[in-house]
Write a protein that binds this ligand. Structure first.
Ligand code: AP5
Length: 213
């Protein structure tokens, strides 16, 4: 099964992606997590990506497409995967379609998680992330048991570099210009499912799982 998670920054793609990954035993591939790991390791890719990420802009399509080709060829992807943050442009969506077509595969579901902008801003401002195991918390809605410490691995939680007010505005504008056209793109292909992103993560997940055959 191949699932794409679509939605604005902070809509809950990562949160739902991790729950789906657990339930269906499929890898969740987050382009944001891969890029942040490259930045942390100070690789050439990381150095290039950081310039765009800190401005809330998209990393160039060619870089992302090459990176995702490698990732989707890994052994753990043979039974399917969950894409969180890819594709984000029509060019990336076309490239994904070609990659899958060459292997006789196709996208099964595109889940478009919709949340009003004022809720998104609150969710992002409260987000705290574990740089090690990638667990995501929220100081308002889902705090860790011990302040600023990851429940799972005990590492110190961080506020992401791009979760400041100015960059969040830019990320939302980038989403509206470059990524939101994918909603129509996938509606036309008949794979799109609209998901109401209001409510608790469990409630949203129940709705998602009920839509998957
Ligand atoms: P990326 O890391 O993908 O960021 P994003 O798309 O902006 O998405 P977020 O990770 O901010 O949000 P999310 O929807 O996963 O929400 P989450 O579940 O964490 O990308 C970062 C950057 O990398 C991009 O700006 C770009 O530069 C680059 N990049 C990445 N992919 C690229 C690509 N394909 N092409 C080019 N460039 C690319 O939830 C948010 C918060 O809300 C959390 O605190 C969570 O606990 C909380 N929460 C979640 N659900 C609920 C709920 N139901 N109720 C209350 N709180 C909730």
């Amino acid at each position: 099964m191949i699932i794409i998670l679509l939605g604005a920054p902070g809509a809950g793609k990562g949160t739902q992606g991790k729950m789906l990954s657990e339930k269906y035993a499929l890898p969740e591939i987050s382009t944001g997590d891969i890029l942040r790991a490259e930045v942390k390791d100070n690789t050439d890719l990381g150095k290039e990506a950081e310039e765009y990420m800190k401005k809330g802009e998209l990393v160039p399509d060619a870089v992302i497409i090459g990176m995702m080709k490698n990732r989707m060829n890994c052994e753990d992807c043979k039974n399917g995967f969950i894409l969180d943050g890819f594709p984000r442009t029509v060019e990336q969506a076309d490239a994904l379609e070609n990659m899958l077509k060459n292997e006789g595969k196709n996208v099964d579901y595109v889940l478009n998680i919709a949340v009003p902008e004022e809720k998104i801003i609150r969710r992002i401002s409260g987000r705290r992330s574990c740089p090690e195991c990638k667990s995501v918390y929220n100081i308002y809605f889902n705090p860790p048991k011990e302040d600023a410490v990851c429940d799972h691995c005990g590492c110190s939680l961080v506020l992401r570099d791009d979760d400041n007010e100015e960059t969040v505005k830019s990320r939302l504008s980038t989403y509206n210009q470059k990524t939101s056209p994918l909603v129509d793109y996938y509606r036309k292909s008949g794979t799109l499912i609209e998901i109401d992103g209001n409510g608790t993560p469990d409630k949203i997940f129940e709705n998602i799982a009920g839509n998957l055959k």
